[in-house]
Design a protein. Structure first.
Lengths: 254, 114
């Protein structure tokens, strides 16, 4: 245990001096209060869900995916078949598979266990901040190392604020009522990040399309509206991008 | 109310499976070390995935209630989101967006019950 702590401390100290690591810390700390408010309400909600406190703690530590925890917990309480519980979580988590496809070229220089471990910790916020900061994978070892230093800093900050606030929420579950709506701070954090991603007209269009589609398809079971909305918006954006490029080429050739 | 530390094998199995699902979905495309690349059009499409994913999560959280579009303007979330957006486009920054949005949201939500 002490060797593990020692090597982790050494790794943190090594990264700490790295500019990209500090940049990742700084960028992520700005949204950490929103994540913490969200983690707090998740802790309160799960502690009041009917699961025992031990079970809530184990789930918080292992699952590390708020939306899947929210979707699966009522099913566990009602004693639904395991495959339905797992299929629900899988559907809610499908967007993470899109993230991992995107992250692949950034990560392939690392050994498999490191890739898997870092990917497991990569939540929505870290993924979005990372791909916003680094639009293209590094072309040499130095750039790739910088990128992973930034990624680790972001993941580390999110993990700490999520876990810390979740456990505070579990501990204070009887004191903080859900009706305060503190989780809205998490939504506001995501709203801010979304706007900061809206850098081109086509991206704004993709966001608008996806948001509309997610509302229109809300009645789909298992939160499938999210994946359907992403697929529809990405497909539409690609078609428009393709049409524009074809028009530009025609214009250039005449 | 259950005892603090009560549990059973079935629940633990369900939770362990959920953890495994997080691990597998988040690492799905980095699990294999074999040398393959995503087709070009998929790579271009992925540039639109982050904003699409966030919008798909957020928009229903702001404009829907119990699976229906909100039909009243007396909803604190609408004003909170609008205040946050105003801050973002005038001053910029995510932290200001959170603070400004909550300063509008909380009084409306707790004070007026919207």
């Amino acid at each position: 245990m002490s060797a593990w702590t020692g090597s982790t401390a050494a790794a943190v100290a090594c990264y700490w001096r790295h500019p990209a690591f500090r940049e990742g810390l700084r960028d992520t700390l700005i949204v950490a209060p929103g994540i913490a408010a969200w983690g707090l309400t998740t802790g309160v909600a799960l502690a009041n869900s009917g699961l025992s406190i031990l079970e809530v703690c184990i789930m918080t530590l292992l699952v590390f995916a708020g939306s899947a925890q929210f979707a699966a917990t009522p099913l566990i309480i009602s004693g639904a078949p395991l495959w339905i519980i797992w299929a629900t979580a899988l559907c809610v988590n499908l967007r993470f598979m899109v993230f991992s496809a995107h992250m692949r070229p950034y990560m392939m220089h690392m050994p498999t266990p490191k890739r898997v471990w870092l990917s497991y910790l990569l939540t929505d916020v870290s993924y979005v901040m990372f791909t916003k900061r680094y639009q293209h994978p590094g072309v040499d070892d130095g750039q790739l190392f910088d990128q992973m230093a930034y990624c680790k800093a972001s993941v580390f900050t999110i993990w700490l604020s999520w876990m810390g606030s979740s456990f505070v929420g579990i501990a204070l579950a009887s004191v903080i009522p859900l009706s305060w709506g503190l989780n809205f701070a998490g939504i506001l954090a995501l709203i801010g990040i979304t706007f900061s991603l809206a850098t081109t007209k086509l991206r704004i269009l993709a966001g608008g399309l996806s948001g509309t589609a997610a509302v229109a398809a809300f009645a789909l079971p298992l939160k499938l509206n999210i994946v359907v909305a992403i697929a529809a918006a990405v497909a539409m954006s690609l078609v428009i991008e393709h049409t524009r490029e074809a028009a530009r080429k025609r214009g250039a050739s005449t | 109310m259950q005892a603090l530390n009560s549990t059973d094998v079935w629940t633990l199995l369900a939770i362990a499976g959920l953890g495994l699902i997080t691990l597998l979905t988040r690492s799905f495309f980095v699990l294999s070390s074999s040398d393959w690349k995503l087709p070009n059009w998929v790579q271009r499409g992925l540039h639109y995935a982050p904003i699409a994913a966030l919008a798909a999560v957020i928009v229903p959280e702001v404009v829907m209630y119990n699976g229906e579009l909100v039909t009243t303007w007396q909803d604190a979330r609408l004003f909170g989101a609008a205040a946050g957006a105003t801050w973002f486009f005038t001053k910029g920054g995510v932290l200001g967006t959170i603070v400004c949005g909550m300063l509008v949201y909380l009084p409306l939500h707790l004070g007026l019950g919207w």
